[in-house]
Design a protein around this ligand. Sequence first.
Ligand code: CDP
Ligand code: MG
Length: 246
Amino acid sequence: MDSNQLEQTLVLIKPDALKNSVTGFILSQLSEFHTGSRFAAAKIVNVHRMLAEEHYAEHRGKAFYAALLDYITGAVHYPVDVWKRRVIAIVYLGPNVLKTVREMAGPTNPHKAREERPGCLRALGTVVPILDAKGNKIDDRMDNLIHASATYEDAEREIKLWFLPHDIPPLMRAYPTEVCETHYYYKDDRLFNTYEPDSVFLLAPGDVVWKSDLEILRQHAQGQPSQGQLNKVVAKYLVNRTAQEQ
Ligand code: CDP
Ligand code: MG
């Protein structure tokens, strides 16, 4: 497969799409018939706060950031039924897939989407004002049903953040992998090579890992910790491993 054939994007079907039962519609819009591209991987994810923070790291500090985390973790659409909080994460693959899916999604703001691009997926979304403690509007929360990576760099970062190599069939993987040679366990923002009580098992010798992730883990093991980097690696190993209290 040439590199253009391997172009990939991360698609998230967000909690509002699941709540409003438009999942099937979005999936059928994504079909090869409409996009000329195909599914490479998919999973149901109960979005851990660490994963949400890493995914939307570029928006940290913005007025809508807290509301965005509540939205993507499912807390907004499933305040009571915690077990229903989920997104569908998809790696989508094909020529020009980044542009195709961004166009299919449409503008970020559903109001703008309805005005400018009726028929796009985000035209089905909702805009909800975000209020401060005094009740003044500080921004809008945009419930826009779907995420699609914006650039090649974003796609690589996001796919590696949400997916383990073994979630994706080997011939459909776009990024280099390496075989792990050590055990790794995680607890309280720290990494261990042997089991510690209450630690989470991450990796064993023989596991296939994103090469760039393994480099971060090795740096850590050599005493060059960089916490922000570690969270990028660990977040995906926590996906669906433990029920998180929110
Ligand atoms: O998703 P996209 O790349 O089009 O937009 P973004 O500017 O990267 O923002 C990421 C997500 O944050 C959006 O898809 C919206 O769901 C949300 N957002 C929001 O709730 N309120 C805003 N004022 C801007 C973005
Ligand atoms: Mg964006």
